[in-house]
Design a protein around this ligand. Structure first.
Ligand code: COA
Length: 372
């Protein structure tokens, strides 16, 4: 069996930023328009008036201060409330492949490798922009990589599940060098017209390069990985290829975007994640006190505080559990990889850390890393 080592990571960050203040201003303008247009029905008690959103609520409930997006103008247009992206011809790179390529090239540069050195590309993300051909195969072509490529979707856990799949293939010898890439254009599936969730997501792409240990003088040894799933409807999106076959299927329906029961998710996923990490660490013979850092999924600050405390048995010290969600919001599968990419340079050989992501499915994935 070979050993698998992470030798590079890359982050693509879109150029447009939306602050909470800008977001709330646009939402409130949209709500006012909606209420004016539906004044009679609201007065008759047939529909409910849309209440305003608030900057204070967003920061307190989530810890999020801003988010990056691929298009700001469409999202903040109160008569539209979703991104406006250019239609591309089939002969030019798709937008997911384009941002994925940027993240992949950064990960390759960090490791001193080229696209042609790669023989597996996994595009692991919450949404794919088309049914086929796989976005991963397009990225493979743009990189000049060999071998094979495929897409996978485990929502917010896609990156850790992708890392496990790639690491297993490296261990068994079926591939030599893998890129797991997470282009997350979450602005496309967020319902910006729903104040309960309009602040949650942001766009980004991350990439992780994984190599055989014999090829990797430096990096993070993947000591162990663990994935788990348990079906739940509490985070759901009903969009899919059968949409047009159903009555009202192509209508502007709320369930064709991200939906969640936020409180239930909180209550059910938190214990699942804490138990998952503690069980994984025990089986990997790593004591929580051996952990130098936790790179957690970046959905909510309170959630991360809870998980950190349960795993470490005390409040995490500054730097033990870095958050990036205040700047990026929830970037779905990419969040824990952004945290790892930005907060791992200071590790010394022998120090151990853990990446963990969790979300829809439910799903939870963890990766125990040791600096070599
Ligand atoms: N502005 C002002 N008030 C708002 C608001 C907004 N944007 N959104 C909701 N509220 C109100 C609610 O209507 C509710 O009012 P009520 O008490 O009168 O009914 C109140 O604020 C509390 O709402 P609630 O949804 O219970 O807040 P919360 O503390 O649970 O925080 C989340 C909401 C979404 C931030 C939180 O539940 C969460 O993070 N859940 C897990 C999310 C997650 O990780 N999902 C995975 C995605 S992959």
């Amino acid at each position: 069996m070979h050993q698998a080592v992470i030798t590079g990571t890359g982050v693509y960050t879109p150029e447009h930023v939306i602050t909470n203040a800008e977001l709330v201003e646009a939402f409130n303008a949209y709500a006012d328009l909606f209420n004016a247009e539906n004044a009679e029905a609201i007065a008759a008690g047939e529909i409910e008036a849309k209440p305003h959103s608030s900057v204070e609520f967003i920061l307190k409930a989530s810890g999020i201060e801003q988010r990056y997006v691929m298009d700001k103008e469409g999202v903040l247009d109160p008569t539209r409330m979703y991104p406006r992206l250019r239609q591309r011809s089939d002969d030019e790179p798709g937008i997911m492949a384009e941002i994925a390529l940027d993240a992949c090239n950064k990960a390759l540069a960090q490791a001193g490798r080229k696209g042609e050195d790669v023989d597996l590309v996994i595009c692991a993300a919450s949404n794919m922009e088309r049914a086929y051909p796989a976005v991963a195969i397009e990225i493979q072509k743009l990189l000049g990589a060999g071998g094979f490529a495929f897409d996978m979707n485990v929502a917010c856990s896609s990156a850790t599940f992708g890392i496990q799949a790639a690491a297993d293939m490296i261990r068994t010898g079926s591939v030599r060098r893998a890129l797991v890439v997470n282009p997350e254009i979450t602005s496309g599936h967020l319902e910006w017209r729903d104040r309960d969730c309009h602040f949650i997501f942001g766009d980004v792409a991350t990439a992780t390069l994984i190599e055989r240990r014999e090829d990797a003088p430096h990096g993070f040894l993947i000591r162990s990985t663990r994935c788990a799933t348990e079906f739940s409807n509490n985070i759901r999106n009903n969009n899919g290829f059968l949409r047009r076959t159903r009555p009202d299927g192509v209508a502007d329906r709320r369930d064709m975007q991200f939906m969640q029961e936020g409180r239930k998710v909180f209550k059910e996923v938190m214990p699942m994640v804490a138990q998952h990490i503690l069980g994984h660490l025990a089986d990997a013979e790593v004591k929580p006190t051996d952990l130098h850092r936790l790179w957690l999924h970046q959905a909510n600050k309170t959630m991360n505080d809870f998980v950190g405390k349960k795993v470490l048995g005390r409040d995490p010290e500054p730097g033990e559990q870095p958050n990036i969600l205040q700047d990026y919001a929830n970037t779905s599968s990419a969040g824990s990889i952004i945290a790892f990419s930005k907060y791992s340079d200071d590790f010394k050989p022998g120090e151990i850390g853990l990446i963990c992501s969790f979300g829809a499915g439910y799903s939870v994935g963890s990766v125990v890393l040791e600096k070599i």
